[in-house]
Every structure is written in C-alpha cells, then in structure tokens.
Design a protein around this ligand. Structure first.
Ligand SMILES: [Zn+2]
Ligand SMILES: [Zn+2]
Length: 376
C-alpha cells in the first residue's frame, strides 16, 4: 500500500506545501472528502453523531446542499489531479472516499424521527467548525499575517489538531458535566429578584454585563492556573504551543476545560441571562478564543487597552521575562490594566512562545498524562 504509506508520511510531517504539484489542492480535496464521509455517517446516525443543541436549529435542506457541493468540489479537484497526474495518490484517496460517501447515499440519505436523549459525540460540531474555522482563519491569516514565513502546516500542528478533534467530539460530555456541576454547586445562589432585573436589561447592556462577568471569573481562574503550582500542571499544556495560529488555542487539557467552563458558566446561570444574550456571548467567546491565538497582526490602536487583541494574548504566551504571568483577560484588556498584570514592553510583539525550559512533551496522549506524571 504505497498510497497509505505516503499518506502516513504526510500526516506525520509538517512544513509548507509547495504550490504547483497538486499538493495544496490534493490536501483540500482529501480533507473535504473526509468531512463528506463523516457527514454522511452523521446523516445515517444523527441520534449518536450530532449535538442536540445544534440539530434543533439545523435546516436539513441546507445541510444536504452543503454536503452535495463539498462532494462536487472534492470530487472535481480529485478527478482533475488524477487526469493530470498531480499528486495522484492524494487525489486517489479523496476519490475513493467520495465514492464511499455516494455509496452510502450521499446527500440523499432520508432522516427519520429519532430519539433525542441518546449518548452522542459531536461529530457535526467538529465537521462544521473545522470547515468554517479553516475557511475563515486560513484566509484571514494569509491576508493579515504576523509571521509570513509560518506555514499552515507548522511544527506540532498534528498535536493541536488532535486536541481540536477531541475537544469537539466530547462537547456532549462537557456540556452535560458542566451543566450538572453548575446546578449542583451554584444552584442555591439563584434569586428571582436578581434574575428578573437581569432579564429586564436592554440587549446591549446585558451583553456587556455577561461578557464582563464571564471575563472577571475567567481572569481570576486563569490567574490561579498560573500562580497555584497544582493548577499550573494542567495549564502548562496550553502554554506549550510554540507557534501561534488559529489552531494553537485548541491545545488545552480536558480537565482545565471542564473546570474553567463550569466556573465561568456559574454566574451566567445564577444571574439568569436570557437565551439570546447567552447565545451572543457564546459566539463572542468562540470567536475570541480562536482569533486571539491567530497568526494575525492586529493591534486596534488605543482600543487595545479595552479589548483583548491577538497582540495582547500573544504576549500572554510569550517566554520573554516581562511577559511571564501577565495578560490574563480573554475579552476585556482593561481588567489586566486594572489589576496591574498588563504586559509593559517597548517591543510590539514577543520574541518566542512556549513555557520557559520547554518541559511539556509533544503529542496529545503525552500531554493528557502530563499533569499527573510530571516531576519538576
Ligand atoms: Zn495562561
Ligand atoms: Zn492562549
């Protein structure tokens, strides 16, 4: 199986894909084909492979269209590359997967009524978020690149992609666990009077308040992760990324994810924000969590003292002396200026990213075990 060997080599290597040899188009076709194949599986087993919170708001017709055009695009590119002998092995892989997708019914799989309370993995969330994020952020990073010589497939991208896959697949478990924990631990604090007042606030005011409250909790939780040695073991994993881009933020220990989400969600649930406000907040967190790590040169002028930018969070990941244990905020930079933890530097951007001493191992499994086995 020469093709499989080559594919293995590709996923284990990293670096720039040279244009003109069918590699870039081949990788795009193969990635799309894999997503198509996973998509058709989600159509067949929606009760186990889709997220209930998402599937309620799907337009099934639109999803079918998306799958159809992804198949056409991936199949078209693959066919072109096979005919013209451009990285045939890669195109061939994509072609086989599109064939399999079609054999399984493609975009025409009927969706019948199904039970709503089965255990599930968030395959749909993984497919849609990967498709959307890759489309938007690879484009934005090429347009406004901070480090132009950093390729999309930079060192250790495989580890971060592995984190991305797992974090998206376990979304159901995380939602369930955080919901349960929030209600068990903080349910007693809810007051009707307070909730009524919060629900009566105009939308922009409520949105500002929810982001402020969430970021205040996030700031102190984050600071604790840095200042309490036991917690740093978990958080060191996030800080071990040495290349910053849209995928880098995915590197996060699952236990840290659970603790932080529970603590940040607690005041939001207790204060009783409306669904519209919470939805808007989720969009903001989702965007900033990715954008703040992206390889983009955005500084916002004086607004950078108010809003967290990629520049602000890149400094948080820096190894430079003046940046250690600084810039904790995720949304509002003024929190760090207020609490005296903002980075002061005469340089615009940091030199090097990662933990000083580089003691966190590379690889998803090793990073999962790291907090429990590390002997400093
Ligand atoms: Zn940190
Ligand atoms: Zn970060």
């Amino acid at each position: 199986m020469l093709e499989l060997n080559k594919l293995n080599q590709l996923t284990e290597s990293h670096g720039e894909l040279k244009p003109g040899h069918g590699m870039i188009s081949g990788v795009i076709a193969l990635a799309l084909a894999i997503l198509c194949f996973l998509g058709v599986l989600a159509f067949h087993f929606p009760e186990y492979l889709t997220t209930p919170q998402l599937r309620k708001s799907y337009d099934v017709g639109l999803m079918r269209q998306l799958l159809y055009w992804a198949m056409v695009l991936a199949g078209g590119i693959a066919l072109f590359n096979i005919v013209f002998g451009r990285a045939r092995w890669l195109a061939f892989g994509a072609f086989v997967l599109i064939g399999l997708t079609l054999a399984l019914g493609g975009h025409k799989v009927p969706v019948n009524d199904f039970a709503d309370n089965t255990p599930y993995i968030g395959l749909d969330w993984f497919i849609l978020d990967l498709l959307g994020s890759a489309l938007i952020f690879v484009f934005v990073e090429k347009l406004f690149a901070l480090r132009r010589d950093q390729p999309v497939f930079r060192p250790e991208w495989q580890t971060d992609f592995h984190h991305f896959i797992v974090n998206h697949m376990v979304v159901g478990f995380v939602l369930l666990a955080t919901n349960l924990l929030v209600h068990k631990l903080f349910g007693w604090a809810a007051r009707d009077g307070v909730q009524g007042w919060v629900q009566g606030l105009p939308f922009p005011v409520a949105l500002f308040l929810i982001v402020l409250v969430a970021d205040l909790v996030q700031y102190w939780t984050h600071r604790a992760y840095h200042e309490v040695p036991l917690l740093w073991r978990l958080h060191a994993v996030h800080h071990s990324v040495k290349s910053m881009d849209w995928l880098a933020g995915s590197r996060q220990h699952i236990v840290e994810l659970l603790i932080t989400r529970t603590l940040v969600l607690a005041p939001i649930v207790v204060l009783g924000f409306s669904k519209e406000v919470i939805d808007a907040y989720i969009v903001i967190v989702g965007f900033q969590a990715v954008f703040n790590h992206a390889n983009v040169s955005v500084r916002l002028g004086p607004l950078r003292y108010v809003i967290v930018t990629p520049n602000f969070h890149h400094w948080h990941h820096s190894q430079d002396d003046e940046a250690i244990d600084k810039n904790y905020a995720a949304h509002f930079a003024f929190l760090d200026h207020l609490f005296g933890t903002a980075v002061q530097s005469d340089r615009e951007w940091p030199e090097r990213y990662g933990v000083v001493g580089d003691y966190v191992p590379n690889g998803f499994i090793r990073q999962f075990k790291f907090p429990f086995v590390w002997k400093p």
